[in-house]
Design a protein around this ligand. Structure first.
Ligand SMILES: *Cc1c(COP(=O)(O)O)cnc(C)c1O
Length: 371
């Protein structure tokens, strides 16, 4: 009797017909990793597609965060958001730095610039914001604060693949930007990621750091990590790039249907869309106010599951609530009231290019009827 499962995400896959000749070519070349042909091709293709000049591929989306902090020699305290995927804060921890959590703006889910300024101490050296769900941060306000206090800005742009403001990429904001190409993201290379910077010298240093710090056959210039993307995933990524516009267009249709149907449901709020932003529709978060909606977020989440529809409480719990961070002075709930509320109210609805009209209807019926 139970209906077919509707998953939250579903990976964008290249066609096997497209991928196979590239794989054959890799077999012929006998070159599997270490800045091979397809690695170089994908870097070029992504730079062009995203409208950025300097991009380095990585083996996932976490190591570029860790490496960005290394490359910029960040010390002391890094101001960041608790309302993100745990990798954001983990990257700070892996560098032996202290994360300082700051509350978010309820209109976007992103770091509140005014609260960033209030959290700055003599030990602060960097800000690590996240464009959560692909909603652009207040880039100008953040840069103004960074410039005034002499801080680096490293954006975790894992959700912001090809997001633009007024037709211009946001992936050139701040000092560095990271991307994730994990299978659950809008664009994927199975696992993968990238680090974007502003000049050739910095890219060179990043490329040393992702290859153990090697700057030549016998020279190691830093305690680098191994985070090179291999040829197979680079080729896969090249194929997927051909389908990304189509996939984003399909996501946009789903988002429009959700938005139209949920605009006036008591107790359900959505983020407003800005006219000047080109979104990638990576997620569709809704916020459930238990009192007004007449049902708790967790009850709705369970109700969806009963119907074989998977939502995701993304981001819940807050990063600042995990055992390794909750003892930090900035992790208290009183410091983070907006993020705390959002984490308790959020459900991300199913969002991917494979959702049919019937799938969207099924999801909406549950949210609207609560049955
Ligand atoms: C997915 C994600 C990451 C980590 O990327 P991986 O490729 O899974 O390592 C980092 N930050 C955010 C905000 C993410 O959503």
């Amino acid at each position: 009797m139970s209906q077919e499962l509707i998953t939250v995400t579903s990976p964008l896959l290249p066609s096997l017909d497209e991928l196979t000749p590239l794989l054959k070519d890799i077999w012929n070349r006998h070159w599997l990793t270490n800045n091979g042909h397809y690695h170089q091709e994908l870097e070029k293709a992504l730079a062009e597609y995203l409208g950025v000049e300097y991009i380095s591929l990585f083996t996932n989306g976490t190591l570029p965060l860790i490496t960005a902090l290394q490359a910029m020699r960040i010390t002391g305290e890094v101001i960041t958001t608790p309302y993100s995927f745990v990798a954001t804060t983990h990257s700070i921890w892996w560098n032996g730095l202290t994360p300082v959590f700051v509350d978010v703006d309820p209109a976007t889910g992103n770091l509140d610039p005014q609260k960033i300024e209030e959290a700055i101490t003599p030990k602060t050296t960097a800000i690590m914001p996240v464009h959560v769900y692909g909603n652009p941060c207040d880039i100008e306000a953040i840069q103004e604060i960074a410039d005034r206090y002499g801080l680096a800005v490293i954006y975790d742009a894992a959700h912001a693949f090809n997001v633009k403001v007024n037709g211009r990429t946001i992936l050139d904001a701040g000092d560095m930007n990271t991307l994730s190409f994990h299978a659950t993201k809008t664009y994927n290379t199975v696992e993968g990621g990238a680090l974007i910077c502003h000049d050739a010298r910095t890219k060179k240093r990043i490329d040393y750091l992702k290859n153990f710090g090697f700057a030549g056959e016998t020279t190691v210039v830093a305690p680098g990590i191994n985070s090179k993307m291999d040829e197979i995933r680079s080729a896969y990524g090249l194929c997927n790039l051909k389908h990304i516009d189509e996939a984003i267009a399909a996501r946009k249709k789903v988002a429009q249907k959700y938005r139209a149907a949920l605009a006036n449901i008591a107790g359900i709020t959505l983020f407003a869309e800005r006219d000047d932003v080109t979104y990638n529709y990576s997620y569709f978060p809704i916020f459930v106010n238990e009192k007004e909606y007449g049902m708790s977020r967790d009850a709705l989440y369970a109700k969806m599951k009963e119907h074989n529809v998977l939502g995701r409480r993304y981001f819940y719990p807050l990063i600042s609530d995990f055992a390794m961070y909750r003892g930090l002075p900035s992790a208290t709930k009183t410091n983070l009231p907006v993020a705390t509320r959002m984490a308790n109210e959020v459900i991300c609805l199913p969002m991917h290019a494979g959702l049919s009209d019937e799938d969207v209807e099924r999801v909406l019926k549950i949210v609207i009827t609560k049955e």
